[in-house]
Design a binder for this molecule. Structure first.
Ligand SMILES: Cc1ncc(COP(=O)(O)O)c(C=O)c1O
Length: 378
């Protein structure tokens, strides 16, 4: 194999958030990877660092072209250059949009269980989360559109905050589902924020559907959050974008992001995104083969060796969502394996845990072994 995904990289001394743990513990929670980014990205960052001047930085044409080129090639979606706004992260963008597009005490509809930080974005900015619980049946999740319509029809509902693909269940929403969400949102005057940060982590041969690509209506009612941070393991570089075709909405979003001072790049933000999108495709293809091999291995191991756990099969994200009937805290206490607690993902998350599979296979085996021991001993 041309790329090395098997080597374990010691992250001690790098202030890695995920590794602020006790000795001997194995963190498989925070969603970053135990795999180095693409050599092409490392090369571009080294070159930029070697320049030695790190002054104020503007967004240049090459940044826009890197985004539009990637979405065209990888997702068959022609984005309009002027629709893109730089932002220092997806979460800063979502929080900014919640502040700008709502007034205090209004509601933001979310499909739960969902990425826990969505609650922070909503509640820390004066709004209320209106939970539309996904239907869990036969090991898979789907949307209860009747319930969703009820929630969107609430006159207090201003936003639908969507994870596309969905963290933590790994759902890839279909064009039909997205269109229905778009139509209902339009009917009730709700703006859709489509968080697409996980969009490039899909099983080889599968693809996600960009919300704005579905129809002119979907493009009109939405602002999408895009970033190379998940697929290329660049979360600490703080480089993301919002895509909004609707000019009035876009201006508001841009105004909000700038007022919040989240619209100016650090010197590495731009060159990392450009290198990832322009040169990182081959590396990403190889990584996806590796990560989905990890997923298949984990699902198979759990099915055969840990009968008490039900895994949710998925073709997106490197996150394995499973019904364990055990708390992550208990699993950590017994074996040092750190997973994310399901109930933190809101309604429907109780009794589940989430495991981050983006690691070398030896680390995965260690994690699976610990999980088995934990379940045998609780
Ligand atoms: C759905 C979702 N959105 C956003 C983020 C974080 O994005 P950023 O680091 O760009 O703020 C994550 C990280 O796990 C995520 O899962």
């Amino acid at each position: 194999m041309k790329y090395d995904f098997d080597s374990v990289t010691d992250r001690s001394g790098t202030a890695a958030w995920k590794w602020q743990v006790k000795e001997g513990e194995l963190p498989m929670w925070v969603a970053d990877m135990e795999i180095k980014t693409a050599p092409e990205v490392i090369g571009a960052l080294e070159e930029r660092a070697a320049h030695g001047i790190f002054g104020y930085t503007d967004i240049e044409d090459a940044w826009y072209e890197a985004y539009t080129g990637w979405w065209e090639r990888r997702h068959g979606f022609t984005m309009k250059r002027e629709g893109l706004i730089f932002c220092t992260g997806v979460i800063p963008a979502i929080s900014s949009m919640v502040r700008k597009l709502t007034t205090p005490n209004e509601k933001v509809v979310i499909l739960t269980p969902v990425y826990d930080i969505f609650y922070n974005c909503i509640e820390n900015n004066g709004c209320r989360a209106l939970e539309c619980e996904l239907v869990y049946k036969d090991g898979a999740y789907s949307i209860d559109f009747e319930d969703l319509e009820k929630k969107l029809a609430d006159p207090q509902s201003r936003l639908l905050l969507l994870s596309n693909p969905h963290n933590p269940t790994g759902n890839i929403w279909s064009a039909e589902e997205l269109q229905r969400m778009g139509e209902l949102s339009k009917r009730y005057g709700v703006t859709v924020i489509s968080d697409e940060v996980h969009c490039d982590i899909v099983r080889p041969g599968k693809s996600y559907v960009p919300f704005a690509s579905v129809s002119p209506l979907c493009a009109e009612v939405s602002a999408s959050c895009l970033s190379p941070s998940k697929a290329f393991n660049l979360a600490g570089i703080h480089s993301a974008a919002v895509y909004a075709e609707n000019e009035i909405l876009r201006h508001k979003v841009w105004r909000g992001i700038n007022t919040d001072e989240a619209g100016e790049p650090n010197v590495f933000a731009q060159c990392a995104a450009e290198a990832a999108f322009n040169k990182g495709g081959e590396w990403l293809d190889a990584l996806m083969a590796y990560l989905f091999n990890n997923r298949d291995r984990a699902e198979e191991f759990i099915k055969n060796e840990i009968p008490g756990i039900e895994t949710v099969h998925s073709d997106a994200t490197y996150l394995l969502w499973m019904k364990s009937g055990r708390d992550a805290a208990e699993i950590r206490e017994k074996t040092g394996l750190i997973l994310s607690e399901g109930r933190e993902y809101g309604k429907g998350g109780e009794g589940f845990v989430r495991m981050n599979l983006a690691c070398p296979s030896t680390m995965l085996e260690d994690g699976l072994g610990r999980l088995k021991r934990a379940l045998e001993n609780i």
